[in-house]
Design a protein around this ligand. Structure first.
Ligand code: PEP
Ligand code: MG
Length: 577
């Protein structure tokens, strides 16, 4: 028996035989062609691109509403439809007189080299996307449409060095028990896909593949981040009991959606959902959410397409409002740049994109971009409970400038004869440490504050949120973070301004007792986290949570905080112990 420890990225436990997904060794020899063959090769290339795109369209419709997965494939589709791909590959065929296969491989080698030369895991991940697209085009060219993984017939644990998006999307989820991979972190494709399929996954396990054989028995513990290879019978029995407990837990979660997010002593928490497109509202409502606490509107903007018009914005917001049936819709204005989409693909690279001209800063510099959105938010507020949320506010100056723009939008709409509500609440994300420090000043001029721990952790601890090399330092439980959050919550209590928390921390059940204990009464989480968070809320009392929060406030390290929170969670939800 051998135990490997990695990063737990999707909860649950599985026991089963392992299926080793070989890393595809791709080697495309340089095949010279005659000048007369050029037209034929270019035609083959065109056909292959069409069929690769068709394959992607099929995959997209097979993935249905899973929007993280479809987002990955939509990006692949964009690369495949980019005229640069066919033009450059066609030019290589013509100029170097080589086969379409070689020209395609040459194009992607170059692209991957460029991505890899940037020392950033985000770009490393994009390199793996490029390899995936290349594989698809080459398969279409060579007439080999075999998907190794699609042949599975018995349920197995998929083990890989790093799973490619299409490998996971084409698999039959009935034949998959869990995923394990040697590399990756919480933002890797394996993690995203496992979570969206609801399967346990442990990534970042290091060189485990060399110690596995096809058919080896493994236990995957997605709660603790462990993989046990060749477990002894006692371990298997122990984990079988844990699995039964986890199954019961899943059934309980399915029932909890219809109940309020209310503590045992009667305190109601407004538990809302984070969305990226209007269609996501359906999953929030299905999961039993109380509205949308964060609409990440950057996704209205699609790279390579014209910017959304004012009417596109209005349509998206009104469509979300209709599905929300009276529940609030918190529209966050464009949060462009760094880890998110940028409106200027050709803008010169900045040395520190996370600290650069992005998000609200960029919007304030570009009224042409910002105004249509602000006008649309105001127009939509006539159709339902819209709240306007400004991201990346560092202090009063940013807030005032943003509110001035909003006022200009209001005046222009009124002049044009539109009805515009005066009541729309305006809030700011507290995600830059300076905003947390001056939260009392901000509270005087806003209707609500929304703590964005994803960025607040990054900027407070100086740890890149998408860099897997420093993922172990990215700690929402850091004592400094707890103090900042507590301070902002206190500002809310003192000023009467409502405070919510919409970072990933709110969706991790480990922190639920702590956040409620700190005084938060509004949380916004991804739709899939709503039932689990709600279940914990329904099992605690405010007094018990205050005790946990008071204890954590005295801790001197994140390890102490996490140990205490794990103990509490284990008592509240034994299946997650
Ligand atoms: C945050 O920063 O915590 C947040 C919720 O916003 P995003 O993850 O979109 O930056
Ligand atoms: Mg943020």
């Amino acid at each position: 028996m051998e135990i490997y420890t990695g990063v737990p990225v999707s909860p649950g436990v599985a026991i089963g035989a392992v299926f080793l997904l070989a890393t595809e060794e791709r080697s495309v020899p340089e095949r010279p062609i005659a000048a007369e063959e050029v037209a034929g090769e270019i035609e083959r290339l065109g056909d292959a691109l069409v069929s690769a795109r068709e394959e992607l369209t099929d995959l997209l419709s097979a993935t249905g509403v899973e929007n993280e997965i479809s987002a990955i494939f939509s990006t692949h589709e964009m690369v495949l439809t980019d005229p640069k791909l066919s033009t450059e590959v066609g030019a290589t065929i013509q100029d170097r007189l080589v086969s379409a296969e070689f020209a395609v491989a040459h194009f992607f080698d170059d692209l991957v080299r460029r991505f890899q030369s940037v020392e950033d895991p985000y770009f490393a991940q994009r390199a793996s996307d490029m390899r995936d697209i290349e594989r698809r085009v080459l398969r279409a060219l060579m007439g080999d449409r075999r998907e190794e993984i699609a042949k599975l017939s018995d349920p197995v644990v998929i083990a890989a060095h790093d799973l490619l998006p299409s490998q996971t999307a084409s698999l039959d989820s009935r034949c998959t028990l869990a995923f394990i991979s040697e590399v990756g972190g919480p933002t890797s494709h394996t993690a995203i896909i496992a979570r969206s399929l609801g399967m346990p996954a442990v990534v970042g396990l290091g060189e485990i593949m060399a110690h596995l054989a096809d058919g080896s028995l493994v236990i995957v513990d997605g709660n603790r981040g462990q993989v046990i290879v060749d477990p002894d019978p006692a371990q298997v029995q122990r984990y079988q009991r844990i699995m039964q407990g986890f199954e019961r837990y899943r059934l309980e979660l399915a029932r909890v959606r219809d109940y309020p997010a209310e503590t045992r002593d009667g305190h109601v928490i407004r538990l809302m959902g984070n969305i990226e497109v209007a269609a996501d509202v359906a999953s929030v409502m299905d999961a039993g959410g109380d509205g949308v606490g964060l609409f990440r509107t950057e996704f209205l903007y699609e790279e390579g397409r014209p910017p959304p018009t004012e009417q596109d914005h209005v349509d998206a917001y009104v469509s979300a409002l209709r599905q929300l049936a009276g529940h609030p819709l918190t529209v966050r204005t464009f949060d462009f740049g760094a880890d998110k989409i940028t409106p200027d693909a050709d803008a010169p690279a900045e040395p520190n994109p996370f600290l650069g001209s992005r998000s609200l800063r960029l919007c304030l510099e570009r009224p042409g971009l910002f105004m249509p959105q602000l006008r649309a938010i105001l127009r939509a507020s006539g159709y339902g409970a819209v709240r306007c949320l400004f991201p990346m506010v560092s202090g009063l100056r940013d807030l005032r400038r943003a509110k001035e723009m909003l006022e200009k939008a209001r005046v222009s709409l009124r002049t044009e004869g539109h009805y515009v509500s005066e009541e729309m609440p305006v809030g700011v994300m507290v995600e830059i440490p300076s905003a947390a420090i001056v939260a009392d000043l901000l509270a005087v001029e806003v209707d609500f504050l929304s703590i964005g721990t994803n960025d607040l952790v990054q900027y407070s601890l100086a740890v890149d949120r998408v860099n897997e090399r420093v993922a172990h330092l990215y700690q929402p439980a850091h004592p400094a973070m707890l103090r900042l959050v507590r301070q902002v919550v206190q500002v809310g209590l003192d000023s009467g301004v409502s405070v919510s928390l919409c970072g990933e921390m709110a969706g991790d059940v480990l922190y639920t007792i702590l956040l409620v204990g700190m005084g938060l009464r509004e949380l916004s989480v991804s739709a899939r986290s709503i039932p689990a968070v709600k279940q914990v809320i329904r099992r605690i009392t405010v007094e018990q949570s205050r005790e946990a929060a008071a204890w954590c406030a005295t801790a001197t390290s994140h390890e102490e905080v996490l140990t205490r929170l794990r103990e509490s969670l284990g008592e509240l939800v034994p299946a997650l112990a």
